[in-house]
Design a binder for this molecule. Structure first.
Ligand SMILES: *Cc1c(COP(=O)(O)O)cnc(C)c1O
Length: 401
């Protein structure tokens, strides 16, 4: 056993992911429990008036008021920052809390933002509906075309938002190329790394300034909590935290504790998920009832070479099209016995959605076609079940269309 002070001297960057998730937060403990207590307290007491003024004046103090920080959240932040290779991290109450807080912290009226045509839907809404209300212009570009980012740059461009891989066809953004462009023009790059997870992709290694996550997905990993994380350097984190305490997307102490528990097994789960998803994607490609499979790990993915360059594994989400239309696709999804028919991704259980059905309430058929969401698309988030059981379930469901 190493003594505590020896542990503190270890450089966390030198540890591997599997060890970071178990010991990355060791230096934070001041308790006797091997597992941390849940600090279910909105506020924390100081021992004297002078200590109170010191705590109140310290940004991001973990023992002042839970909207400002919380001891369990501090552990989560330490681990996730080490996984992403950033100086620090900040947890929020949801992935959208992380994304909205980051964007609103970094732009002002008169600024210009470059975003992708494909983003998580609520991110698109920020770009499309919220930012224009505050006098921020947004240009939407095809994420697979680096020259489109270059052409969109204006003298007042302050931020480039990327997300890779992205729905619905798991298109990638070339992180190194976009970051090179941004650096030449002094533009901040924010990347939504939710679909990859820090185990499969570290955007900061390619030059991304702020990495955001919906920790609701892989990091939590059990479809039981909602959380977000913002990973960046100390300076930007303090700027973003200043907005965060006003916006108030606060993670509850309980969900922070569950998130910490989820993180402990993240590399193991991702390892299994990567293997399962690749095997299922290969299996699907060989089924006569399947028209096309979209998965960055398959050589048939148009950006497979880029995927191999910037990703270590390819994640849980497989998109594929069924031979047939809306009705056949509905029949296939309904015939599956194992995965619940539910949104979200990256948890221990597989989940499936008929993509068109997900958007039906908000788009008509023409809008869906424009957005590249055909009627016969399925999104499958692969879990950690036994691969042969997943294949068998998909095989029997395909026979029922
Ligand atoms: C789920 C998701 C979000 C939003 O996260 P919440 O935790 O649901 O707020 C943002 N981006 C991506 C890519 C997501 O999958």
């Amino acid at each position: 056993m190493m003594k505590r002070n020896e542990q503190e001297q270890r450089n966390p960057q030198a540890l591997r992911d599997e060890t970071i998730v178990i010991h990355g937060d060791d230096s934070i403990t001041d308790e006797k429990g091997v597992n941390p207590a849940i600090y279910y307290s909105a506020t924390f007491q100081a021992h004297s008036a002078s200590e109170f003024s010191e705590i109140a004046g310290t940004p991001r103090h973990p023992r002042y008021y839970t909207r400002y920080g919380n001891p369990v959240h501090e552990r989560v932040q330490k681990i996730v920052a080490d996984l992403e290779g950033t100086e620090t991290a900040l947890v929020t109450g949801s992935g959208m809390g992380a994304i909205a807080t980051t964007i609103l912290s970094l732009v002002a009226a008169g600024d210009h933002v470059i975003a992708q045509k494909n983003h998580y839907m609520s991110t698109t809404k920020i770009m499309d509906e919220l930012l224009p209300k505050f006098g921020v212009d947004v240009t939407f570009v095809d994420q697979s075309d680096t020259s489109a980012f270059e052409k969109a740059i204006r003298p007042n461009t302050k931020l480039i938002m990327v997300e890779t891989p992205a729905n619905p066809t798991l298109v990638l953004t070339d992180l190194a190329a976009v970051c090179d462009l941004a650096r030449q023009h002094g533009i901040i790059v924010v990347a939504d790394n939710t679909f990859a997870s820090p185990i499969n992709q570290r955007p900061h290694d390619f030059g991304v300034d702020v990495v955001v996550h919906s920790a609701t997905k892989y990091m939590g990993g059990h479809h039981d909590l909602t959380a977000g994380v913002i990973c960046t350097n100390e300076e930007l984190a303090e700027r973003i935290w200043n907005t965060h305490i006003s916006i108030g997307s606060v993670l509850s102490p309980m969900d922070g504790w569950l998130l910490l528990r989820g993180l402990r097994t993240l590399p193991m789960r991702i390892e299994r998920i990567n293997a399962n998803a690749l095997a299922l994607a290969e299996f699907l490609e060989n089924q006569p009832q399947v028209e096309r499979v979209y998965y960055p790990g398959l050589p048939s993915h148009p950006q497979h070479e880029l995927a191999k360059r910037q990703m270590k594994g390819f994640g849980a989400v497989i998109a594929f099209s069924i031979k047939g239309g809306y009705a056949e696709t509905q029949r296939f999804v309904s015939a599956l016995k194992l995965p619940p028919n539910a949104v979200s991704l990256g948890g221990v259980e597989s989940l499936v959605v008929h993509t068109a059905a997900m958007w039906e309430g908000t788009m008509n058929e023409e809008q869906m076609q424009l957005a590249g969401i055909p009627a016969n698309f399925v999104r499958f988030s692969v879990g950690i079940e036994h691969i042969e059981d997943l294949k068998e379930d998909v095989r029997q469901a395909l026979q029922k269309i």
